[in-house]
Design a protein around this ligand. Sequence first.
Ligand code: PMV
Length: 326
Amino acid sequence: MNEQDCVITSAPGKMIILGEHSVVYGKPAVALAIDRRFYCKVQRSQDFVVNGYRAMAGSHPHIRSILHDNRAGNITVSAVTDIPTSSGLGSSAALSSSIALAVRRLFERDVTEEAIANDAFNAEWFAQGRASPIDTSTCTHGRGVAINNPVDMGKALWKISKGGNTWNVTDIDVPDMTFVVGYTGIYAPTGPIVEKVRKFKERNGFAKDIIDEMGLIALLGLNAIRRGDKEDLGEIMTRNHKLLSILGVSCKELNKLVNASLPHSYGAKLTGSGGGGSMIALTDEPEAVCEAIRLHGGTPIVVHTETEGVRVENNVPNNGTFPLEL
Ligand code: PMV
C-alpha cells in the first residue's frame, strides 16, 4: 500500500478541572490533557468500515460528521485506546481529533490545529447535541486549555461560535501537578446529562445562578493555576463539585469517591458530564488517594499533565491490544 493511503494518528484524553456544564453556556472553564491516548489507523476504502465491521446506517456519528465536513470518501478505521469510554475523560473528543487529522491528511485538506479542532467540535455537536468545544480543543491542542478567560491571560488559540454562544480558546501554562482519576465504572453518556441541565436551566432561575457562579470560580481557579497555588485550586475544585451536585449532575458513587479522596487531597470533584464516569483529586499523595478510591469501589488512575496534542504516529502501540471501543 502506498504511504499516502494510510495514516496513524493519536490524540490525548482530557480532564476538565473547572467549569464543565457551565462552559456549554459560554462560561469560563479549564481543562488539561492527560497521558492516555486514542490511536486511529485510517485508510481510504470502498466501504465505511470500523474495527473490522461495515458501519451500519447512522452509526459512528463523530466519524460521519468529519467525513461530511471534509467532503471525503469512505475510510477504514482501526481504533484502540486506553481511555475508558464514557468516563468523562474525553474518549469521543480524542477519537474525533485523531480522525480529523487522519482524514485531513488522507484527503489533502488543511491540517492546522484550528481546522482539526473545528471538525472535532462539529462532530461532538452532531453526535451529542448541545456541546462546548472544551473537550475537542484540549484533545487537539494538548497541555492546558482555558475557555473564555480574560484575554491578557494565555495565548489565544482560536474562537468558535455555535448555537448562540462564542468560546475563545486560549493556551495555558500548566505547572507540574499530580491528579488521581477515580472511575466509577458507571456508563454515563454526555448528551442526556447536558439535556437535563438545559431543561433545569430553562425551568429554574436558580440553575442559571449556579451556572454563573461556576463560571466565576473557574476564573479564580485559573488565577490559582497561574500562581501555582495548589491549595487554592483544590479548594475551588471542591466548591465546583458542590455546585455541580446542586445542579443535579453528580451521583452517590461520585460523591463517595470525592469524599474518600479529600483527606489526602488539595481538592476533588467530578470531571466531565457526571452522572457516573469519573472524579479527579489534586494531590501530593497519589498512593493514599488511589487506596481510598479502591476502598470505596472506584478504579484509580494516576494521570500526568503536559501531554502533547493530536499528532501523526509511526505505529499503533502494544500491537493494538488496548480495549477496542468506539
Ligand atoms: O463527559 P465529557 O467528557 O463528554 O465532558 C462533557 C463536558 C460538558 O461540559 C458537560 C459538555 C461539553 O460539551 O462541554
